[in-house]
Design a protein around this ligand. Structure first.
Ligand code: HEC
Length: 106
């Protein structure tokens, strides 16, 4: 195998090995944020939480990533059709973690 291909093959294997851990970390982080920000006062996750707003599982089938993001950070600083204050105090990374978790599809 030419050295260049070998390097590419090793890179792919390393990526494949570490990717699940990276994903698991961000899922753990997302679950922590959902708890610490009190999202479950109104939304359900894994069947636990409030019924004022929809479940996070249902959002997966209906919202794009951009729609999820715009719920959390928007110029009006509002969340949930003006019913809830927004979450723009979260860092860009925390928003990314939540968006990735709520809508993992690209
Ligand atoms: C005090 C109640 C409350 C809290 C806390 C809350 N939400 Fe919401 N959320 C709502 C309401 C109400 C809506 C609007 C639901 C609708 O329009 O059907 C909403 C809508 C959303 C939507 C859009 C859903 C859709 O179907 O259009 C997302 C995404 C979302 N919330 C994420 C979050 C996240 C993430 C958190 C925590 C960081 C959070 N929410 C905390 C009440 C809340």
């Amino acid at each position: 195998m030419p050295p260049k291909l070998l390097v590419i093959a090793i890179a792919i294997i390393l990526y494949a090995i570490t990717f699940p851990f990276a994903y698991a970390d961000s899922e753990t982080e997302a679950r922590k944020l959902i708890n610490s920000q009190g999202c479950k006062a109104c939304h359900t996750l894994d069947g636990n939480g409030g019924v004022i707003a929809g479940s996070f599982e249902a959002m997966r089938d209906k919202l794009t990533r951009a729609q999820v993001r715009s719920q959390l950070v928007n110029p009006e600083r509002k969340h949930g059709n003006d019913k809830i204050p927004d979450f723009s105090h979260l860092s860009e990374n925390e928003i990314d973690v939540l968006v990735n978790f709520i809508q993992p599809k690209p």
